[in-house]
Design a protein around this ligand. Structure first.
Ligand SMILES: Cc1cc2nc3c(=O)[nH]c(=O)nc-3n(C[C@H](O)[C@H](O)[C@H](O)COP(=O)(O)O)c2cc1C
Length: 302
């Protein structure tokens, strides 16, 4: 029997729901699945209360600064034909538990010479995080063979409101004026369509065409103007993160003040700057379709 190892971290359970949907037909395909959850020694609050905890994780996320995580007990990782990593993005970067795992000895032991797939459950900005993740998987010795990204398809300015309401106030459901937060239930349900190419590749031990088949099923959703906005944003995030880490070192009060300033900056950029930036990137898309297509292909490929 073929075997898949699924390693994931989740706070709300969203990425686990996505993974369950993707792998729903495993038994029908005679594929065995083992799930392992990454557990930080000291986990983050969910919902993020007090709300300052939500901003406090910003510098460490952007700079991929490790936290201690519990050892994953994997007996004989050789037995697995594929490893799937279920992950999420924090501040345009892999979440801290995920980057901590990817740099661990466990990751090296599990990933060494193994085909690895990534499955994201995000709001809508995952491209910069994916660059870091691809690099860390490679460093751990894994061979990336596939990627699925499920994101919130509502308008960028709407999904900011709903995600903050969800992550900080714990309210995921739709309200009178706003839709449900996160990846839509229908997108999660229909993720089972991605199972077939995965199971076929596992059965044939041939992953060479997996990503092409996943892309044919629209496994990766990407909007040019969102991608360009985030690629600009991550450069500025690094400047903020460096500043907060440097000035806030050994000075918790100053760190807190800088994080509050950063939170104002974040909402200013999202609601004042990003609509203009989006407009410019939409115009570029109209004028230079070939260039845009090339960039999109570059970021959706493995
Ligand atoms: C601190 C924090 C920052 C986040 N930043 C981003 C982001 O930059 N881009 C994005 O698409 N989603 C972002 N999200 C949403 C997550 O990627 C994810 O969709 C959500 O937290 C649910 O994940 P879960 O499976 O851990 O519950 C962020 C979430 C948190 C908690």
């Amino acid at each position: 029997m073929k075997k898949i190892l699924v390693i994931y971290y989740t706070q709300s359970g969203q990425i686990k729901d996505i993974l369950n949907a993707v792998l729903k037909n495993a038994e029908l395909n005679s594929v065995d699945i083992d799930y392992l959850k990454i557990e930080p020694e000291q986990d983050y609050p969910f919902p993020w209360q007090p709300s300052s905890t939500f901003y406090d994780v910003f510098p460490e996320s952007v700079k991929s600064i490790d936290i201690p995580i519990k050892a994953l007990n994997v007996n004989n990782s050789e037995q697995y034909d594929l490893v799937i990593l279920g992950l999420q993005v924090w501040y345009l970067s892999p979440s801290v538990p995920i980057s901590s795992f990817l740099k661990s000895e466990d990751a090296k032991n599990i990933f060494k010479n193994k085909p690895v797939m990534t499955v994201y459950g995000t709001r809508n900005m995952w491209v910069s995080a994916n660059k870091v993740v691809k690099n860390l998987i490679k460093k751990a010795g894994g061979n990336l063979v596939g990627n699925i990204v499920l994101s919130d398809k509502h308008h960028n300015l709407i999904s900011v409101i709903t995600i903050v309401r969800w992550l900080i106030n714990g309210k995921k459901e739709a309200s009178k004026y706003f839709p449900e937060a996160g990846v839509s239930s229908s997108d999660i349900k229909s993720a089972s369509k991605f199972g077939n190419p995965i199971f076929n590749s596992v059965k044939e031990t041939n992953f060479s065409n997996l990503q092409n088949e996943l892309l044919r099923l629209n496994a990766v959703h990407i909007d040019y103007h969102i991608m360009k906005t985030e690629l600009t944003g991550i450069r500025i995030f690094h400047i903020w993160a460096n500043l907060i880490l440097k000035k806030g070192k050994n000075n918790p009060k100053r760190r807190k003040r800088l994080l509050t300033l950063f939170s104002y900056y974040l909402f200013f950029v999202i609601y004042v700057v990003s609509p203009f930036a989006s407009l410019i990137f939409r115009i570029i898309k109209l004028i230079l379709p070939k260039k845009v297509k090339k960039e999109l292909i570059q970021h959706t490929s493995l």
